[in-house]
Write a protein that binds this ligand. Structure first.
Ligand code: HEC
Ligand code: HEC
Length: 430
């Protein structure tokens, strides 16, 4: 009880003071209501004092528990603050790691499931944890925000010119996903996930990749036997045996080329591509525009010929900037949240959601070749048509606007997003 007096004594002090004030004021014949207010205050102060006493008792209890737990650990011989056991090593440095220390490091999970802690999780629970801890960087649907890694999609793009390598399209073992997420994510807060949270997140990443249904329960027992999409996409690198031998010839070390001729100077070579671009451009400098080399002069600094003038487009005056265009541009950004499942614009195809061309004015649930849920089929039969109001209501809370929809999207929280998105959809309806 050593700490409690310092916590509630001042509180009693205040009570006494307030009582004193109340008495003084009453005797000077103040109005009865003033006295009542003051009595109320006294009551409040007293109840605060009571709460403080309870809090102090609770703290005492907590301290006792922590001390008991420490004593228990001490008795087991795993007191982490105890001096290191003596080492018999030559330099008297270091000590044998304690079993608990090894256990804390030993978190690796192997493809056959060794190392997995007991636990379970599904995509439903995973969606919540993911939204809270991962979506800021990886997007609500694991589609990746800005340049943060994309975790979903890209299935069957590995042989394309521009393959999209994600957990779903690329990773051969599910154990790696568990191990990586548990060990290193959330980025900057590694080590804060529980085993069950990790199972749930891994399930959610699988779900975002269309690899499982939403009721699939991922556990330490079935994780290792889960077949990833690209499980057969890796081969053992046998090039050292099969190819390097064939190419290997004695290298030429002298007089390897008869004559050399300068065909290009580096100042004409590529320029760094403009921001966002991937194609380098030739520097438009002409040989005539360049100083010549001289062995005696100061060090050579090439001056590139002036760049070709860009077609002069007068900058629009600020007030002329088209508000509509700004809205559409804002909507385009919001559409990133939809783009994992929907396409819009010329040639848009159905993805996991229907294409959204000509949406305003279109009858609900009627895109050819798309398998709608029953609630959408019913809306189609009733002939319900998308207009701005119904779309806004749907996008705010898809699952309560059309109960039973299979669109797994929690909704757009900001009205401004809905307005700009609608403008974007209208502008991109062919
Ligand atoms: C602050 C941003 C941020 C947050 C939050 C975050 N990550 Fe990451 N994540 C990254 C970065 C950056 C990388 C790439 C790291 C690297 O390559 O070293 C990454 C990589 C990954 C990868 C590997 C992707 C690949 O294909 O190589 C997975 C899986 C992943 N994160 C899952 C998660 C999960 C699950 C969470 C939530 C528990 C999470 N991340 C939270 C930034 C983040
Ligand atoms: C995770 C995938 C997914 C995301 C993300 C998603 N949708 Fe959907 N959307 C669907 C599916 C699936 C359907 C079909 C729903 C059904 O049949 O119940 C659908 C249906 C729709 C429809 C009805 C179309 C029609 O033909 O009647 C509209 C409109 C729509 N989505 C708009 C959006 C917008 C706008 C966004 C982004 C803010 C979005 N969706 C995000 C999957 C998604």
């Amino acid at each position: 009880m050593s700490k409690s007096p310092s916590i509630f004594l001042p509180a009693f002090g205040v009570t006494t003071l307030a009582l004193g004030v109340a008495y003084g004021v009453a005797s000077r014949d103040y109005g009865a209501d003033k006295i009542e207010t003051l009595q109320d205050r006294v009551g409040q102060v007293e109840s605060h004092a009571k709460a403080a006493t309870e809090k102090a008792t609770q703290l005492e209890l907590n301290i006792a528990q922590v001390q008991a737990a420490a004593a228990e650990r001490g008795a087991l011989g795993v007191d982490l603050t105890a001096p290191a056991p003596a080492s018999d090593g030559r330099f008297g440095l270091g000590r044998t790691a304690l079993p608990v220390e090894i256990a804390a490091w030993d978190v690796d999970v192997l493809p056959d499931g060794r190392g997995l802690p007991a636990g379970t999780g599904n995509a439903y629970d995973g969606e919540e944890v993911f939204a809270e801890k991962c979506a800021a960087c990886h997007g609500d649907f694991a589609e990746g925000v800005d340049n943060w890694p994309v975790l979903a999609g890209g299935l069957d793009t590995l042989a394309d010119e521009d393959p999209v390598k994600t957990v779903g399209s690329y990773w051969p073992y599910l154990s790696t996903v568990y191990d990586y997420v548990y060990r290193s994510m959330p980025f900057g807060e590694a080590g804060t996930l529980t085993a069950d949270e990790t199972y749930a997140i891994v399930a959610y990443i699988l779900y975002s990749n269309d690899l499982i249904d939403d009721d699939f329960e991922l556990t330490h027992e079935n994780l290792a036997s889960f077949d990833m999409h690209n499980k057969d996409g890796f081969v053992v690198d046998d090039r050292p045996a099969t190819e390097y031998e064939a190419w290997r010839v004695e290298p030429c070390m002298e007089n390897c080329k008869e004559a050399t001729e300068v065909t290009m100077r580096s100042v004409f070579l590529v320029e760094t591509p403009p921001e966002g671009g991937t194609v380098s451009m030739m520097n438009p400098a002409k040989p005539e525009g360049l100083p010549s080399f001289s062995a005696t002069g100061p060090s050579f600094v090439p001056v590139a010929a002036p760049k070709l003038e860009e077609a002069a487009a007068p900058a629009p005056a600020l007030e002329q900037v088209d508000e509509g265009a700004q809205l559409v541009a804002a909507g385009k950004k919001v559409f990133k949240k939809c783009a994992a499942c929907h396409a819009v614009g010329a040639g848009a195809k159905n993805k996991s959601g229907p294409q959204l061309n000509g949406l305003i004015g279109r009858t609900m649930g009627t895109v050819d070749g798309f398998k709608y849920s029953n609630v959408f089929k019913a809306a189609a039969q009733e002939g319900r048509v998308w207009d701005e109001e119904s779309l806004a209501e749907f996008l705010a809370k898809p699952r309560s606007y059309l109960k039973g929809t299979k669109m797994s999207f929690s909704g757009l929280k900001k009205e401004a997003d809905i307005v700009s998105l609608t403008a974007y959809l209208k502008a991109n309806s062919e």
